[in-house]
Design a protein around this ligand. Structure first.
Ligand SMILES: [Zn+2]
Length: 423
């Protein structure tokens, strides 16, 4: 037994968490640990004990802050595996386009969509983009997300993408949340340069610079109709991989246009969206151990009526994670809401949704050693909801925000209100 804890949580109705190695594949996703009358102890930023309250006493000293969690359910801090959080500008008119059935590709061709955000970002100063993105991180943290990915992708030029990654880097340094940057230069084909020229610029100039400055550990590419082809994405993702950037792919959001093929050919850590992934696609992803990242809030907004089908993926032993896909048109940052949609739209079971929003998402972001589950040795990132059990919580997915959010052992938000943002 070591020194007493700084903080102890005692008497929780339930502590609910996946445990053990990540990711959890297929039916393993349903196996979460549920500790009734649970307790946990924190020393510094780390968990030193997670288990029944009855054995917590050993860790409590005269200076330990003890929190009575009677009536609360405790979960790991959420991990949002997929966002486009860095942007500025108003794209609310697109809601109406969608309702009128104007396809995404037509919006793009009219110079709106991603191109509109590129223009807004180019026209704004760093300070504005930084401040707005910081506010989005604050909101996500108050909703219980303690680790989050942010993609670039609205620069669409060597200098534009570097600028966004450098801004993400400064947010990463100052915000208490764990921020994971991803290069998404292959988001849309820029209008100013020929597509082949752009891809060469990305491979020859941008990737070496990103690697040299340590601006991102991941590279993503949007493979679909109106975006990039599998051949283009494979070329850029393989070049990135040589420089240490782990590949990810936006795959099968609008069509079966090569996204899955790209993911298994480059051995991507994840294939995201997967609305149009059919059984042979799923088999390929499963055999290549590519994690499927489902984004139900995004499909709800962007593809009404069309959703990724999780049951077939789980039957095929795929590991699944969840993300918000927060972006200029998907204004969602509450992972509990996404978990509820994951159940109701994608067919995840509640326990699978919990694993997908915590440990499996942490695995996708390369964080599974420190984040994504409540186990001794990991970071003390957790959320507390005043609710008897996790099934009741999932039922209330549209309403609830965490009553308390802890990040690195510190209380950072209370009842949806942020208390601390800097590390
Ligand atoms: Zn996306």
């Amino acid at each position: 037994m070591g020194a007493p804890a700084d903080l102890a949580i005692r008497g929780a109705s339930q502590i609910v968490t996946p445990v053990g190695p990540a990711p959890k594949y297929g039916r393993e996703m349903e196996r979460v640990q549920v500790i009734e009358d649970g307790g946990l102890a924190v020393k510094g930023r780390k968990l030193i004990y997670v288990g029944p309250s009855s054995r917590l006493g050993d860790w409590i000293g005269p200076r330990t802050e003890v929190v009575d969690a009677t009536g609360y359910t405790v979960l790991p801090g959420f991990v949002d595996a997929h966002t486009h959080l860095i942007y500025t500008g108003d794209r609310s008119p697109e809601l109406k386009y969608r309702l009128k059935g104007i396809p995404y590709q037509a919006v793009l061709e009219a110079g709106e969509g991603i191109y509109a955000t590129k223009w807004y970002v180019e026209s704004a100063d760093d300070e504005t983009i930084y401040r707005e993105t910081m506010a989005r991180l604050d909101l996500a943290l108050s909703r219980g997300t303690t680790s989050i990915e942010i993609k670039s992708g609205y620069g669409l030029s060597v200098q534009g993408e570097l600028r966004l990654l450098r801004l993400i880097k400064s947010l990463q340094r100052s915000h208490i949340m764990k921020v994971v940057p991803t290069l998404l230069a292959l988001h849309a084909v820029p209008k100013e340069v020929e597509r082949r020229t752009y891809i060469e610029q990305v491979v020859q100039e941008l990737l070496p610079k990103v690697s040299e400055e340590g601006l991102a550990g991941f590279q993503d590419a949007f493979v679909d109709q109106g975006a990039f082809t599998a051949r283009e994405a494979i070329y850029a993702l393989k070049a990135g991989r040589e420089l240490g950037l782990v590949p990810r792919v936006h795959a099968h959001e609008f069509s079966r246009e090569g996204g899955v093929r790209t993911a298994y050919e480059v051995k991507a850590i994840s294939a995201d969206h997967l609305i149009y992934a059919f059984s042979d696609d799923i088999r390929r992803l499963s055999s290549a151990r590519v994690v499927g990242v489902l984004l139900p809030a995004s499909s709800l907004v962007q593809r009404p009526g069309e959703h990724a089908k999780a049951r077939g993926m789980i039957e095929a032993n795929m590991a699944l994670a969840l993300g918000t896909d927060a972006n200029p048109v998907v204004k969602v940052c509450n992972m509990l809401f996404v978990m509820g949609l994951g159940c109701l739209l994608n067919g995840l079971y509640p326990e699978e949704a919990i694993t997908a929003a915590t440990l499996n998402a942490a695995y996708v972001l390369g964080l599974a050693n420190t984040k994504g589950s409540l186990e001794a040795g990991k970071d003390a990132d957790f959320v507390m909801y005043e609710v008897k059990n996790y099934l009741q919580l999932l039922q209330q997915f549209a309403e609830r925000v965490p009553d308390y959010v802890y990040c690195g052992g510190r209380l950072v938000a209370e009842k949806g209100r942020l208390l601390i943002r800097t590390s």
